[in-house]
Design a protein around this ligand. Structure first.
Ligand code: IMP
Ligand code: MG
Length: 419
């Protein structure tokens, strides 16, 4: 049986912390899409650790962790992450497996990403520039190199050919990159990947399922960044919705049980693109300050705004969400009143749907005001929640017709109230 956990907004909903909390209940935690554009922040014993490619189940004894075929892996970033985790005393070799069908990000993919953003000028996506888009382009263009290829004799040849192709596309090697240094790191990273158990991920995971084991599929980015259903072209390069867990791991749709959708009590977005409830005033500024809303991967300030239930209802529909987890409720402690967007006014109409032309339409979010709350770190059960926070939870559950199962009230592992 598989449960899927994913973000229902534009990423950074706090997935890492919730996966870390749930991981002891599972036999396998698996990443199924995205790559080091992701930044899953965990707070372990007062230390802040950011995971990019490695699943968030590695801090517990029970689960094995799988990097699925749908993920793109940058050997340089992967090595850095492995080194950091090894320093904290985690023996990854015992608990991390990598699908042979996962694609590799080459140093020249990062250069292409940068060139692509430059060519877009003012219309740039705000990519993390980790080479994600070009790596997925080579995958669908049938040029990609996969983890399983690392073990073949002609790997070096394949690498050189693809690199050459990229350099031709680029015209000349961009000056702002030290390709030689990037390649040194790349080959070191390749050795690190080789030292791990690289498996036929689809057989591994289905064998686990046949043995009655429990799998948690960990999404990255957010549903509003999905390549098909997000705010295209201001999206990432992979499908980020539940369906991607099937293609990104090789599991049948019928194996999926719960779909756990994570939302922040407000909303953020990093990079370009439409964001109807964005607050460009001091309220948004205060949210950014209170929520430490700076990108975990790039350090960029995140754009902040009120919770948008039009977007959340859209992504609940796309994902088949069975439970919602609300995170960062404590960040709104500073507000006497909080707002929630329940419809979009476009022209004279109120709509509950995301318009096709969301990038250009003039959308006036229609808000419902709710009383603010004050959380504290001793809250342990639903009975401890202030009445106004219970009202907020009830409001979200009613408007989404979906149960809220947990609410997070701080970065720490135990700052979580199960409802
Ligand atoms: P890319 O996937 O790095 O090319 O970035 C495309 C868009 O998705 C940019 O707006 C990024 O800021 C955004 N993005 C990518 N990964 C994440 C993530 O993990 N959290 C939040 N935003 C992301
Ligand atoms: Mg993040």
């Amino acid at each position: 049986m598989v449960d899927v956990l994913l973000g229902l907004q534009w990423g950074d909903e706090g997935k890492g912390k919730i996966v870390d909390y749930l991981a002891p209940d599972y036999d396998v935690v698996a990443r199924f899409q995205g790559g080091p554009n992701a930044g899953h922040t965990l707070n372990i014993d007062g230390r802040r650790i950011v995971l990019h490619t490695i699943p968030s189940g590695v801090f517990h004894d029970r689960p094995l962790n799988l990097i699925g075929n749908g993920v793109v892996i940058d050997p340089c970033e992967f090595k850095k992450e492995v080194d950091e985790l090894t320093q904290t005393g985690i023996d990854l070799n015992k608990k991390l497996l990598i699908s042979q069908k996962a694609h590799l990000i080459l140093p020249t993919h990062r250069m292409l990403d940068s060139a692509s953003e430059k060519s877009k000028g003012a219309g740039k996506i705000g990519s993390t520039l980790k080479g994600i888009g070009p790596a997925y382009m080579d995958k669908t263009g049938r040029n990609g190199i996969r983890v399983g290829d690392l073990f073949s004799d002609n790997f070096r040849n394949r690498y050189d050919q693809l690199k050459q192709k990229h350099l031709e596309l680029l015209g000349s090697a961009p000056q702002d990159f030290d390709l030689q240094k990037m390649e040194e790191e790349f080959w070191q990273g390749i050795e690190v990947i080789r030292s791990f158990n690289c498996v036929r991920g689809e057989y591994f995971i289905n064998t686990q399922l046949h043995q009655g084991k429990k799998v948690l599929a960990e999404g990255a980015q957010g549903s509003m960044l999905d390549i098909d259903f997000g705010t295209y072209p201001f999206v990432t390069s992979s499908n980020t919705i539940t369906a991607a867990a099937c293609t990104g791991l090789g599991i049948p749709p019928t194996s999926i049980r719960e779909v756990i959708g994570i939302i922040k009590a407000y909303c953020t977005r990093v990079g370009g693109g439409p964001f109807p409830t964005e607050l460009t005033d001091e309220t948004g500024e205060l949210m950014r300050k209170e929520g430490h809303e700076f990108g975990a991967t790039t350090g960029r300030p995140r754009r902040c705004g009120w919770l948008d239930l039009v977007a959340v209802n859209y992504t609940i529909m796309l994902n088949g969400v069975t439970k919602i987890v609300i995170t960062k409720a404590d960040v709104l402690n500073v507000f006497e009143e909080v707002k929630v967007c329940s419809s979009y006014r476009t022209g004279h109409e109120d709509s509950h749907q995301i318009p096709f032309d969301i990038n250009t339409a003039s959308i006036i979010p229609q808000y419902e005001p709710l009383a603010g709350w004050k959380t504290n770190h001793s809250m342990k059960s639903a009975d401890d929640l202030p009445g106004s926070l219970s009202d907020f939870v009830r409001f979200v559950a009613e408007k989404t017709k979906t149960a809220v199962s947990m609410i997070s009230i701080g970065a720490g592992r135990d700052q979580l109230v199960v409802l």
